[in-house]
Design a protein around this ligand. Sequence first.
Ligand code: HEM
Length: 456
Amino acid sequence: MSLSSSMDFVPDAAEASQSERQSIAGRQVMAATAWHSLLWLVVANCVGVLLATMLLLPRIDPLLGDWTYGRWMPVHMNLQLYGWCSLPLVGFLFVVYGVRRVPAARWASPVLWLWSAALGVGSSSWLSGHSSGKLFLDWTGYSRVLFPCALLCLWGLLAAAFVIEYRGRTSSLLTARTLKFAGLALLLLVPALIYIASSPALYPPVNPDTGGPTGASQLESTLVIIAILLLLPFGISDRERRGSPTIALAWIVFAAECLLSLGLGRADVSHHKPTQWISLGSLLVWIPLTPAYYSGFHWHENTRRWRIAFLCWWSILVPTGWMLFLPGVLDHFKFTDGLVGHSLLAMAGFVSSLLIFVLVQLMGKDGWIFNRSWSFYLWQASVAAYVAIMFFAGWREGSDPSFSITPGPLRNSIYALRLLLGILILVASLDWFRNASSLLGETNASMPRQIAAVSS
Ligand code: HEM
C-alpha cells in the first residue's frame, strides 16, 4: 500500500460535500504544482533558445548589453533544475504528506509562489552578474537566503500537514508514519545544506586528468537518482502482489552498490584507475532491473506512454553515460558538445519523462494535460535528434578542438539545427503549459470560497 493511499480520507455518507471539497482542493493543489513546474520549464526553454541563438549568431550579443551568454547560462541551468526538475517532486511530497487535503491545501499555493519568487530573485541576481561561480549552486546574496527560506516554508507546510493527519481521524500505518517522520528530519537538513554548499570555498573531489567528477562521485550521484527511482512508487502507487521478489531484489542490489560506493572513498582520483570505471559499470545492472521493478506496481492508465519513455531513456542513458567515462573516451569527449548531448539526454530525455510520469500519476485523470500525441512525440523526437547531433559535434570537436569555436558550414548547420530543435522542444512545453493553465482555471473556478481566499 502506498504512503499516500494508506491514509486516504474515507468519508461517511453524511460527509459527501466534505469529500467533494477535499477532492477539488486536491485537484487544485496538483494543478497549481504542474502550472508552476511548467512555467519554469517554458521560461528556461526560452532562455535555452536564446543561448542556442547566441552560439549560432554571436552578432546579436551586443544587443543584450551586460546580459551576456555567461550570465544567461546559470539562469537556464538553475531554472531547469530548481524550477522544472524540482517542483514536480514538491508535488510528490504534497501527496505523501497529505497537503492535498484541507486545511493544509490552502497553503500549497503561497508556498509555490514563494518558491517561484526565489527563482525570480535568483535569475535577476545571475543576470546582474552575481553568482557563487559553482555550477548548480550559483545562489549568492539575497537569493542564497531566500531560496533556503522557501525550502523551510515548504518544510513547515509538510510538518503541519503531518501533525494535522496525526491528530485527525485519518488512519495511517505506523511504518508509514515513522518513515514520514524520518523523511521530515532529513528534509530539514536540505535548506542548510544548500546554503553551505553554495559557498565558493567548498569543493568536491576532482578527477586530476579532466578536472571533472571522479568515478566514485559519479557512482554516488547516480545512486541518489536510483534511490529516488526506488522510493517514488511507494509514495504514489500500490504494489502488485507478484512484484514482491523483484522489488526485494532491487533493494538488495541497491544496498550492495552503496557498500561498493563507500569502499571507493572520497578523494581526487583519475578515471584511468580500473577500480573507478569498473565500479561505475556496476550500474548497468539497473537497465533490466528498473523496468522489472516498476512493473511490480499499479499505475494509472494515463501514465503508460511516459513510463515507457522514461524507461527507454534510462536504458540509453546508463550505458552511454558509462561508456563516456571510459579511459580514452572521456579524454576525447570532456568539455565538448558531446557532454552537452549527454546532459540533455539525462535531463530533457530521462528526468523530464520521469517527472511527467510522476505528475500524471499524481494527477490521474487531470494528467491529460501531458497526453496530446503531437506534443509527446515532438518532445521525444526533438530531444533524441538534439542529443544525436551534439554527440556527433562533440566527437568532431574531440579530434579538432577548433571545430565548434570557428564558424564553418558543418558547425553552423549543426548549430542551426540545434536552434530549430530547441524551438520544437519549446513548442511542446508550451502545449503542456497552456493545458495546465486551463486546468488551473477550471479547478479554481470550482473551488470552495474558503480555500480560494488563501490560494489567490
Ligand atoms: C528549448 C530547448 C533547449 C535549448 C535550445 C537548450 C539549449 C542549451 C544550450 C545552448 C546550452 C549550452 C551548451 C554549451 O555550453 O555549449 C544548454 C546547456 C544545458 N541545458 Fe539546455 N536547452 C534546452 C532545454 C533544456 C532542458 C529541457 C534541460 C533540462 C531539463 C536542459 C538542461 C541543460 C543543461 C544541464 C545544460 C548544461 C550542459 C553542459 O554544460 O554539460 N536544457 N542548453
